[in-house]
Design a protein around this ligand. Structure first.
Ligand code: NDP
Length: 232
């Protein structure tokens, strides 16, 4: 049985990852902040009761991460998907109006949590067959691609998580672990809005194709959902 652990699994891209992997017969460990309010996730879980287990997890809460890791200690995790993320609305205030408290909180979720998750679940990942860590980042974190400025908080949190993913690729190579950074495209979700270019289904299908074909030689790459390499 192949197993994936997905953070932020109750809506948007995370929920679609749950749906597609469960449909394909994977074992899905779906993590979200409030399982009792995760109506969509609970409905999908009723469709695939043997494939989805739901756990409460706020990725900014390190104690909760460690507790979850202890309760899943004997479970190999083939694919860790660090998906949970935020774009604080105050980030649109721009230069002169930076919300520093929101920046600190965003870093905890977008930047530190993927590393903390990896540290906490390293044994489960090491004990698995596939050994993949996929961190959902954003092209908005690409320094080369930044033509419009602004979005200081979100952009910097994703640039920084790119560096986290790259260092993980180097540090975990001896253990045969692959770490990739995936840009999902501009996706119709609560974060992406309805003007976005693609659906969550298209985005996740694309990212799954990439994940299916990954080899250790791809570790440390920054790839878009359509397979293109994104400049740092
Ligand atoms: P959504 O806003 O639709 O969903 C965000 C998810 O992250 C929700 O499940 C939310 O849970 C969860 N989350 C937020 N904070 C925490 C936390 N502290 N602990 C646990 N879960 C948390 O966003 P998307 O699905 O669009 O985004 C998913 C990922 O893709 C993010 O990392 C985002 O940055 C990235 N991305 C998205 C793009 C887009 O166009 N949509 C473009 C580029 C990157 P809750 O419901 O509890 O708030």
């Amino acid at each position: 049985m192949t197993t994936t652990l997905i953070t932020g699994a109750n809506r948007g891209i995370g929920l679609e990852f749950v749906r597609q992997y469960a449909q394909d017969g994977w074992q899905v460990i779906a993590c979200c902040r409030q399982p009792n309010k995760a109506d969509h996730l609970n409905r999908i879980s009723e469709q695939f009761p043997d494939h989805i287990s739901i756990f409460a997890l706020d990725v900014a809460d390190h104690q909760q991460i460690e507790q979850l890791s202890r309760s899943l200690a004997s479970k190999p995790i083939d694919l860790l998907i660090n998906n949970a993320g935020v774009y604080p609305p105050s980030d649109n205030g721009g230069f002169g109006n930076i919300d520093y408290a929101a920046w600190a909180k965003t870093f905890q979720i977008n930047t530190m949590a993927p590393l903390k998750m990896t540290e906490a679940f390293i044994n489960q990942i090491s004990n698995s067959k596939l050994k993949i860590i996929a961190t959902i980042t954003s092209k908005m974190g690409s320094i080369d691609d930044n033509q419009r400025g602004g979005s200081y908080i979100y952009r910097s949190s994703k640039t920084a998580v790119n560096m986290v993913g790259k260092s993980l690729a180097i540090d975990l190579k001896p253990r045969g672990i692959t770490s990739v950074l995936l840009h999902p495209g501009w996706v119709k979700t609560d974060m992406g809005g309805q003007d976005a270019l693609i659906t969550a289904e298209q985005s996740v299908s694309g990212m799954r194709t990439i994940l299916n074909r990954l080899t250790v030689a791809d570790s440390g790459k920054f790839l878009a959902y359509d397979g293109q390499t994104i400049p740092w």
